[in-house]
Design a protein around this ligand. Structure first.
Ligand code: GLC
Length: 740
């Protein structure tokens, strides 16, 4: 009993069991010494001067002066042991010597880059995804970075939106699981570890639902859809202890996210009891003026702080306006204390008050540059992200001794393009990146010949290289085409109204096809593209995304069979832009089309088939997997029981392979309509040729819950279809009854 009193005594004075001050105690003490201006300063973040990831406002001299005066809490786009140390030294000249936080977009790798995030999602491999972020964090932290602006957990159903490339696609469950794996990878053993960085759940919220897929555009939806589809990955991130949140540029139902009290105060900091801090997106506080939600900087700052935005990235209104707002009584000082306190808490947790320079270490930085182990992992991750869409006549895998191969297309010898968007930490040292040509060359037999023709540019109307490409194809036994969209045609501010191959690439493909040579088409993109002619006329197609530093080797590993592709699409691929938004977990409507071609008096287009070109969860393998013996532990359950669902998956083909077994449910009747399918589980299993695996899932009533029209989150008694399969269209179904 004495020990309890002892502990109580200490905690009363904010001491832990070892008589040390708790972080809360340290923060409270520091706040008590700070002026209002110094507190507001902690809420200010500026970008470094080397490059900008937003509409840059550069006045570097002024920024450096403000750092010295303790009026800057964080910098982004400042990296490297030397550079971060230099900026940190400036902050140590301030009165209270409060260290800076250094943030950066570590989105899909750092010095070693990995597949773009949508490609990573196609691996459906949470272990690989977590490991990739562990590596990214280790490299970034070695470069003095404390904080990554990732994971992006925006659910997105519209491939016209360029930022689908940095997310996990259309599904809430898959996106939630992947977001959690990323946070675990980034934050590793915990904040303060020298190989961990603070993660940041972004963009809060519903940024991926921009009207028309046009970046930064408005979002307007029912609160029910917001809670059911777009918020769960953020709630899970908050519950998992993600260090920070970043809000989004868009307005949500008429109120910009940056000042949206409903999502940032009532939900995040209120109901979800979140204790981290929220950083605005680049300039989003000041952008409330063009939004028409604030008449000037003063009102923008007032609405943002009251709306729950703790740190102002680059709109530069907090520093000038917050002290005024408090002095004028328009904002209570407690909101500034709360925001500054949240930010200081993270600085203490990162150990920066103990040693502001602890992450800025030249030796560690050198060790983490061009790390061969990281590259080896990147090669594996790349090959596991590739999706095999078609393999008619089993053209793939190719033999390494094929006499003559022609690689044709604008991406064949590209290097930096393989990084895709958001690879800002990468220096332009091309020799580190394995091009597609090099990767294939590395694996072809020494007596084989690899020909190359660019054929066309990425995105113009120049057909002058067609003739040479056709002649090259005619000399080959097999042609590998590498086509798609330019690597910087997806990403931020990269919405496309038309999402086919860019430029004249499809025309080139048709010319090459006229030669009659067997063709393997590799598609490079950061989003789903529309390529109906290719899909209908080319026998073998792989979806390669952008695979990062080891791209060429990853691709060759799949082309020549060292790796049997096992990726599955994380988004539905539309037939035309007119079909968008198209997603698998849609409602049934009162007049559902029963087939892909039914048109009459059903929910369909008169001029287009109903299904997507390729469905969510779709991906082939070099081998064949057969599903059999689907078994449920019961066909009738009551209350809080657990349903066990199993199926036997047999590898009946010629190659060892990996299969992503997907579990979907359908709640047949509800107090609100329910989707025809909802992903509730998946397992990626490796099965050797000729072998079988029993794959088992558990479901509880927790998996049946949904938000009703009054936003109650619960489940109802009823009939449910339980589905298991290889993609969202090809499933086996059994029906059960589950009563409360
Ligand atoms: C950008 C992006 C955001 C990024 C931030 C800092 O505008 O919207 O995702 O983290 O600015 O670069």
């Amino acid at each position: 009993m004495k020990r309890v009193y002892f502990l109580l005594a200490f905690s009363a004075f904010g001491m832990n069991a070892y008589g040390q001050k708790t972080v809360d105690q340290k923060v409270a003490e520091l706040l008590s010494k700070m002026t209002l201006e110094e507190k507001a300063g902690q809420m200010v973040q500026y970008s470094g001067f080397e490059y900008a990831t937003g509409p840059q406002q550069s006045n570097s001299a002024a920024v450096l002066e403000e750092i010295k005066k303790g009026k800057v809490g964080s910098m982004l786009n400042v990296a490297g042991a030397e550079e971060t140390k230099a900026f940190q030294k400036l902050a140590q000249q301030s009165r209270l010597k409060i260290p800076l936080l250094f943030g950066q977009d570590v989105i899909h790798g750092y010095r070693t880059t990995f597949p773009v995030n949508l490609g990573q999602a196609a691996s459906w491999d949470l272990g690989l995804i977590e490991r990739s972020e562990r590596i990214a964090a280790t490299e970034a932290a070695a470069y003095g970075i404390h904080w990554t602006f990732a994971p992006m957990v925006d659910v997105a159903r519209d491939p016209r939106w360029g930022r689908v490339m940095e997310g996990s696609g259309e599904d809430t469950y898959l996106g939630t699981q992947i977001g959690l794996a990323r946070i675990k990878g980034f934050q590793g053993r915990g904040l303060g570890s020298l190989d961990a960085v603070m993660a940041c759940a972004k963009h809060f919220a519903a940024y991926g639902a921009a009207v028309g897929g046009r970046d930064y555009n408005s979002v307007d939806m029912s609160l029910r859809q917001l809670h059911e589809i777009y918020l769960p990955p953020f709630k899970a991130a908050a519950d998992a202890g993600v260090a920070t949140f970043m809000n989004s540029f868009n307005d949500i139902n008429g109120i910009p996210a940056t000042a949206n009290q409903y999502i940032q105060r009532n939900l995040l900091k209120g109901k979800w009891n979140y204790k981290g801090f929220v950083v605005s997106d680049w300039g989003s506080i000041g952008e409330m003026i063009p939004h028409g939600y604030a008449k000037d900087a003063n009102e923008a700052a007032q609405r943002a702080i009251l709306g729950g935005s703790d740190m102002d990235m680059e709109s530069r209104v907090y520093m000038t306006e917050l002290p005024k707002l408090v002095k004028e009584g328009k904002v209570e000082a407690k909101w500034v204390d709360d925001a500054a306190g949240r930010i200081l808490t993270k600085k203490f947790e990162m150990g920066l008050f103990d040693d502001p320079y602890r992450f800025s270490n030249e030796k560690r930085q050198k060790e983490q540059t061009n790390n061969p182990e990281h590259r080896k992992f990147g090669r594996e991750f790349g090959s596991k992200s590739i999706v095999l869409l078609k393999n008619q006549g089993n053209i793939l895998p190719l033999s390494k001794t094929v006499k003559t191969v022609a690689l044709i297309g604008p991406f064949g010898k590209e290097t930096v393009a393989n990084h895709g968007f958001w690879s800002i930490a990468f220096k332009d040292d091309n020799q580190r990146i394995v091009s597609q040509y090099d990767g294939i060359k590395n694996q072809l037999d020494k007596n084989s010949t690899l020909l190359y023709a660019k054929g066309c540019n990425t995105d113009d109307q120049d057909k002058s290289m067609f003739a040479e490409a056709v002649e090259t194809a005619k000399k080959a036994d097999v042609v590998i085409m590498t086509l798609g969209e330019g690597h910087a045609m997806s990403g931020e501010a990269k919405s496309r109204s038309s999402i086919g191959f860019s430029g004249v690439q499809e025309d080139l493909l048709k010319e090459i096809a006229k030669t009659g040579k067997p063709i393997v088409l590799m598609i490079n993109a950061g989003r789903p593209l529309i390529f109906n002619w290719a899909a209908d006329n080319i026998p073998a197609i792989t979806y390669n995304w952008w695979l990062g530093t080891e791209a060429g080797n990853s691709i060759a590993d799949v082309l020549f069979g060292a790796v049997n592709p096992g990726g599955k699409l994380p988004m539905s691929f539309p037939r035309t832009e007119g079909q968008i938004p198209i997603y698998y977990n849609h409602y049934n409507t009162g007049r559902p089309a029963k087939t892909n071609t039914e048109r009459n008096y059903v929910s369909a287009y008169i001029d287009l088939d109903n299904d997507p070109k390729f469905p969510f969860g779709y991906g082939l393998s070099y081998t064949d997997f057969k599903y059999s013996d689907m078994v449920l532990s019961s066909a009738s359950l009551k209350g809080n029981q657990t349903l066990t669902v199993s199926v036997t998956v047999s590898n009946t083909g010629k190659y060892d392979g990996e299969e992503v077994v997907q579990l979907y449910i359908r709640d047949l009747f509800g107090k609100v309509v329910r989707p025809v399918k909802e992903l509730k589980g998946f397992q990626k299993v490796a099965i050797k040729k000729g072998e079988s695996r029993k794959v088992e899932f558990k479901l509880t009533p927790e998996d049946l819950k949904f938000f009703d029209d009054e936003l109650n989150f619960d489940w109802e008694s009823g009939e449910f279809d339980i589905m298991l399969g290889t993609n969202s269209q090809n499933v086996q179904t059994k029906r059960i009854i589950w009563t409360q």
